[in-house]
Write a protein that binds this ligand. Structure first.
Ligand SMILES: [Zn+2]
Length: 158
C-alpha cells in the first residue's frame, strides 16, 4: 500500500494526510504538501495584495447577506452588545457582556433597578458589537432615544 506521496515543491516524501484534498487531481490530492501549499498561498497573497483585496471586496458585494450574517454571527459569538431595558418609569440603555448584564436586570440586581425600586418589564438586544465598540454603540442608541427620555440621564442626575 502506498501511503505516502512526494511533494513536488520540497521534494520530501510525506504521508497522504499531509496533503490537502483536490478533486481535480488524479489522486485526489494537491501536489504540494500542506506546509508548502500554505507557503505558496501566503506568498501569492503577498504578491497579489490588490487582487486579493479586490477579490474580498467583490465577494462581499456579491454576498452581502452572507457577509452580514457572518459578521453578526461573529459578534454574537463574542457576546458583547447594546441592550434596552424597559422599566415602569422609563427606558434604560446599557452595553457590555449581554448575558451577564441582562441577567442582572432581570434578577433585579442592576443598580438602576435598586435605585428605582422597580422590576424590569422587558429586555431587548439592540445590536451586537465588539467589546471596544460597546460605548460607541451605547451612545448611538441613547442619541436615537433622546437622552431626556432615558433613565440613564435621571440616574446620572441623582
Ligand atoms: Zn512540501
Amino acid at each position: 500500500m502506498n501511503e505516502s506521496k512526494r511533494c513536488t515543491k520540497c521534494k520530501e516524501d510525506k504521508p497522504l494526510s499531509e496533503f490537502y484534498k483536490n478533486k481535480k487531481a488524479g489522486d485526489g490530492l494537491y501536489s504540494y504538501c500542506k506546509p508548502c501549499a500554505i507557503d505558496k498561498s501566503s506568498e501569492w497573497k503577498k504578491n497579489n495584495k490588490e487582487r486579493c483585496a479586490a477579490y474580498i471586496r467583490e465577494w462581499k458585494k456579491n454576498n452581502k447577506d452572507k457577509h452580514k450574517a457572518s459578521v453578526k454571527k461573529y459578534r454574537q459569538s463574542l457576546g458583547f452588545g447594546v441592550y434596552k431595558v424597559e422599566y415602569p418609569s422609563g427606558v434604560y440603555i446599557g452595553s457590555g457582556l449581554l448575558q451577564a448584564r441582562i441577567d442582572n436586570h432581570i434578577s433585579g440586581n442592576a443598580e438602576i433597578a435598586k435605585t428605582l425600586g422597580e422590576k424590569a418589564m422587558s429586555v431587548t438586544i439592540l445590536s451586537w458589537c465588539s467589546k471596544e465598540n460597546c460605548k460607541m454603540y451605547e451612545q448611538l442608541a441613547m442619541d436615537s432615544y433622546g437622552m431626556d427620555n432615558l433613565l440613564n440621564t435621571r440616574r446620572a442626575l441623582k
